[in-house]
Structures are given as structure tokens and as C-alpha cells.
Design a protein around this ligand. Structure first.
Ligand code: GMT
Length: 372
């Protein structure tokens, strides 16, 4: 099939998932046309079946806000017409579903029918999309999509709760390439980070308020009162400088390391003993799933779709949002006894395998066949 994929190219989970999906589909012989304003971060290397089409948004003195959505819709039309694209799969509703609707209407005038699949990822529904600034357009364009999918049962429920949706929403959970993430940790790297064998705790996010990264640091400090540990904070975003400044005030700030944006998560995660995800809401928690695939147990909140991936007492634990005392208690339960840690690590891998790329990508392929 010739498939157009539209996503955000940044480190957000929706862009990561869309890029990994495109790469997996290309490996299976499909032609993938990524349409976005920058090369997606996880799209590196050369693949004969992958094409990247950059959306250019020219500036003009009149524009305080250059019209990205218009440029995107026009690029969609151009890419579809010139590459025999058979369907558009857009990730994150805003503004992709609306731009896809516009492209679809333009092509319909030329007698070309292009089906649109919209995958809802999280904040496009729970935070930004439901705001009345966007809500009418998001509702309309979701209803006009030929197929709507959500990455968790929880997100499906949230969508029905917050919008007047007149069609079915199909749940296709996010996935991970277990083979790629399940690597042996590099001993030299581990030694560099934890020279005295301190436990390594990792958090990865785009440092937005919804992630409550301050709770990650608070949980870590409580853990550290009981055992030596190092915290690696991966990623970057609006809250980072404030969290970094606060961390510097801590006595043990040397053990809190900000590594910034990292592309090779599969090389870093295997050295970790524990992954912390303290979000106020998480439609799915792809970062936690990637950690599990690297055999890392997860301490998370029980918000949103997290209970669909983190099984309490099996591959990690869940606590109420903000309950850093409970999160640190659960973390210590896993970390303080080696047999327990090894069991949770093995269970994390078992759980990740349920969401392996091989099980999930065929579900998207089946959708595409159906809609074409
Ligand atoms: O919050 C992010 O990390 C970015 C955001 C996005 O849409 O780019 O992530 C959402 O989509 C991910 C992939 O489906 C999910 O794993 C995240 O849970 C979800 N984030 C939130 O719901 C806050």
C-alpha cells in the first residue's frame, strides 16, 4: 500500500509512535510518505520505501501566525496526487484531522477518494482539544474521519466524555519493538553512571506540567534516604529549567543527572533498574512501555491508561497522583531485594511482549485494507 502518515516530528509520544509505525510498515514492503514540518526524530537512516515530505510554511509580513494547517493540507494534496497515496493516517487530532478533512474535500472535487484514519493520542483530547478554542473543529474533524482510533480504552472513554462523537472509536494500543529495546546493558556505561553500584532510576518525558517531574525528584529523594541511587532525567521541555534549579538546591544534586533529549533510548534504558512516571494523566505511557521492553520495572501513577500497561505488583506498582511517599515505598520494595528486582524485571519484559510490534502493526494494516 502507499500510505501517507502525518505526525508531529518532535519527541512527543505521538510522533514517536507514528514514526515507528511507518518504519515497521516500510519493512513490510509498504511505501510510507511522512508529511510533517521537520524530519521526525526517530526517522534516521535510509530506507527505500520511506519518503519524507517537508511542509514549508512561508512567512509573510501580514502573518503574525503563518497558516500551518493550510500549508499542511496543500502538501497533503500534492503528495497524494504525485505518489498515488491511497490513504492518510494522521496522528494527534490537532490540526492534523482538520487538515486531512480539507485535503480530502479538495481531492473529492477532482474525483479522488482518499480515506482518512485519525489516531487520537492523549493531550489532543484531554488537554488541548477539549478547550473551546479548538473543540468545534476537533469534534467536526474527528466525526469526518473515516476511522477513529485511540491508543487506550481510557482515551476512548475520555473522547466520548468530552466530545460529541457520532462514530465508533477503535482501540489499538501503542506498541514497542521488544527485540530492539531488549538489549544487554553496556557494563562500561553502567559503571560510568553508577561507579559504586548505586541503583539507576530513569525518567523520560517532554517535561510538561502534566508529567509532574517534580514528583519524580521528590520520589527519588525519598528513595535515596534509604539506599544509594542515581536519577537520570531524559528529555527536555518547558518545566526542565525550573526542575533543574530546584534539583541543584538538593544536598544530593550530584546524583541527579539531566541528560536532555536522547534519540537512542534503547541504549540507555537497559542500564536502568527502575523507571518513574508520575504523570497527572497519561493516555498510555509509551515511555513506560519502552522501559518494560528493556526489562525495567515501572513505578507510575494510576492515571488514565496507565493501568492498561502497568500491572500492579507484577511489573511495577501504581500510586495515586502526587503520592510520592507511596511511590518511594513501592520503589524500595522492588530495589532493596535482588530476587524481587530480578522477578519484576522478568515480568516487565513479559508484559512488554503483549504490546510487541509484531502483534500490533497487523491491526493497523487490517484497518488500512478495510478502509481502502
Ligand atoms: O505527552 C506526551 O508525551 C506527548 C503526547 C503526544 O501525543 O505527543 O503523548 C501522548 O501520546 C503518547 C503516544 O500515544 C502516549 O503514550 C502518552 O501517554 C500521551 N501523553 C499524554 O496523554 C499526556
Amino acid at each position: 500500500m502507499n500510505i501517507g502518515i502525518v505526525c508531529y516530528p518532535t519527541f512527543g509520544g505521538s510522533g514517536v509512535l507514528a514514526t515507528e509505525l511507518g518504519k515497521a510498515l516500510a519493512d513490510k514492503g509498504h511505501n510510507i510518505h511522512f508529511i510533517t514540518y521537520q524530519q521526525p526524530v526517530r526517522l534516521s537512516g535510509f530506507h527505500t520505501n520511506i519518503f519524507y515530505h517537508e511542509v514549508r510554511v512561508p512567512t509573510y509580513p501580514l502573518f503574525d501566525y503563518p497558516p500551518y494547517e493550510t500549508a499542511l493540507a496543500s502538501t497533503m494534496v500534492d503528495v497524494i496526487l504525485n505518489n498515488n497515496v491511497e490513504l492518510l493516517h494522521v496522528h494527534y487530532a490537532i490540526p492534523h484531522a482538520a487538515a486531512a478533512y480539507m485535503a480530502k474535500q479538495i481531492l473529492a472535487k477532482q474525483g479522488i477518494k482518499i480515506p482518512v484514519i485519525t489516531t487520537l493520542h492523549g493531550t489532543d483530547i484531554t488537554l488541548v482539544g477539549k478547550d473551546k478554542t479548538y473543540s468545534p473543529v476537533v469534534t467536526f474533524s474527528m466525526n469526518e474521519s473515516d476511522i477513529l482510533t485511540a491508543v487506550s480504552e481510557n482515551l476512548k472513554e475520555e473522547t466520548f466524555k468530552n466530545f460529541k462523537i457520532e462514530k465508533e472509536i477503535e482501540v489499538i494500543h501503542n506498541f514497542v519493538d521488544v527485540q530492539r529495546f531488549h538489549k544487554r546493558p553496556v557494563d562500561a556505561f553502567r559503571k560510568l553512571i553508577s561507579p559504586k553500584g548505586e541503583k539507576i532510576i530513569v525518567h523520560a518525558s517532554n517535561f510538561r506540567k502534566v508529567k509532574r517531574v517534580e514528583d519524580v525528584v521528590a520520589t527519588f529523594l525519598l528513595i535515596q534516604e534509604k539506599m544509594p541511587a542515581t536519577l537520570l532525567l531524559l528529555g527536555d521541555g518547558p518545566e526542565r529549567s525550573h526542575i533543574e534549579a530546584k534539583a541543584r538546591e538538593c544536598e544530593s544534586h550530584d546524583n541527579i543527572k539531566f541528560l536532555g533529549k536522547q534519540e537512542q533510548m534503547e541504549d540507555i534504558l537497559p542500564i536502568a533498574d527502575l523507571f518513574l512516571l508520575t504523570s497527572e494523566y497519561e493516555s498510555f505511557g509509551l515511555a513506560a512501555l519502552e522501559a518494560m521492553a528493556a526489562e525495567v520495572p515501572v513505578i507510575s501513577t494510576n492515571a488514565g491508561g496507565l493501568p492498561e500497561i502497568n500491572i500492579n505488583g507484577f511489573c511495577g506498582f501504581m500510586s495515586d497522583v502526587g503520592d510520592v511517599a507511596d511511590m518511594s515505598k513501592n520503589a524500595l520494595h522492588i530495589l532493596q531485594d535482588d530476587a524481587t528486582l530480578q522477578q519484576f524485571k522478568a515480568n516487565a519484559l513479559t508484559q512488554a511482549k503483549k504490546f510487541d510490534i509484531e502483534n500490533i502493526v497487523p491491526l493497523y494494516e487490517a484497518l488500512y485494507q478495510r478502509v481502502i
